[in-house]
Design a protein around this ligand. Sequence first.
Ligand code: ADP
Ligand code: ASP
Ligand code: MG
Length: 435
Amino acid sequence: MKVFKFGGASVKDAAGVRNVASILQRFKNESLVIIVSAMGKTTNALEEVVAAHAKQTGKAQELYDALKERHYAIMRELFDEGDEVFAAVNDTFVEGEWVLEDKPADNYDYMYDQIVCVGELVSTKIVAAYLTKAGLKTHWLDARDVVATDNTWREGWVIWDKTKANALKIVPPMLAQGGFVLTQGFIGSTSENFTTTLGREGSDYSAAIFSFCLDAESMSIWKDVPGVLNADPRIFDNTIKLDRLSYKEAIEMTYYGAQVIHPKTIKPLQNKNIPMFVKSFLDPEAPGTEISSDTEDTYPPIVVVEKNQALLHISTLDYSFVAEHHMAHLFEKAAKLRIFVNMMQNTAISFTICVTNVPDRVERFINEISNEFKVKKEDGLELITVRHYTQETIDNLKKGKIVLFEERIRNTMQMVVKNVPAIERKEVEVAGSKA
Ligand code: ADP
Ligand code: ASP
Ligand code: MG
């Protein structure tokens, strides 16, 4: 069997759902497990509902109703009035409403998971019903019956042996009845049957979980780009599509923040040597990118930009050296508060780290260490990572930027930069020169 994953962009409207059905027509006779995300920007909208409910702004229900209406509008385009899918989707929306009727839970992240899961539950009900209507027999599966996690809300840790046992018990018998199995990305459940989510953009990871547990022949994720490109096309012109990538290169790229694939996705596939394809849902015949163990020795420069970075310059209050025990203490705090340290450098009396500027967390970190250290924060920065860099690429990337911090290790170059105001980055080219 194979695993396919269709992300939010592929099912953002009725035309998208029809397109997914037409892609799947080509695989009618194959044994497929299909993972589908929430439609379009639904998860962002649900995050707003959760925030409004937590703050009791009085707007949560209104925001939720608007989201419901967007789904019903799509369904009216796809189904006849009175189709049973309307009742099925409504039942799922009502489950979210029950949470909104209660007073907000003390644990924000727990409440988040119970509401946000509605996005993938309704999208999969809609897509499964549409495929069935289009003559493609499809079994809808609740991913929470398979993906077992601990109760780290919003970042559930997969309990692999349990998940694998569930997958092997439930999925093969469904496939044996003929037709596709279609389920949600992004969600799982705890041993007490509470819903968890796996982290934003986690549907790619869900596809890898199913692929790993079911020993899939391959996994394909269908995106709105021709494949993995050597830079984010929303930021750069003249990007190059990479035909093949090794698991290692893909892990490095996603670790540094390439948003095209969720960073946790590749490792489970590599462990079982399952090839992964990144394909375009806009051009399904095109080959896309293959990620596998077959390594390619030469890559063009690959650029990853992580926005929303801050530099923290840390020194001791008495200007003594920042010694190992200080660092041990700082990292312990960072780990506890889930602060991502992306780069670091120490001099005799100061220690500088580049962190992802997650609101609240970084401020809390600074507060918690400020009785022992002096901290200066510089925000509004970007971290640019270039794999297989050439001097030409680096020179181009530096145009219009002030470089605050730079490091080169073998074939990876990283720099923390800020914009010189009023320079348009679209002028910069990253493509062209082969390393
Ligand atoms: P999904 O619909 O599956 O959630 P995403 O929107 O998360 O898909 O990922 C696809 C997007 O990732 C593309 O539209 C593209 O703008 C962006 N992207 C960022 N970096 C890259 C890259 N190196 N190659 C391809 N796409 C990239
Ligand atoms: N719907 C979730 C999100 O937008 C998961 C995903 O699409 O991968 O983060
Ligand atoms: Mg996504």
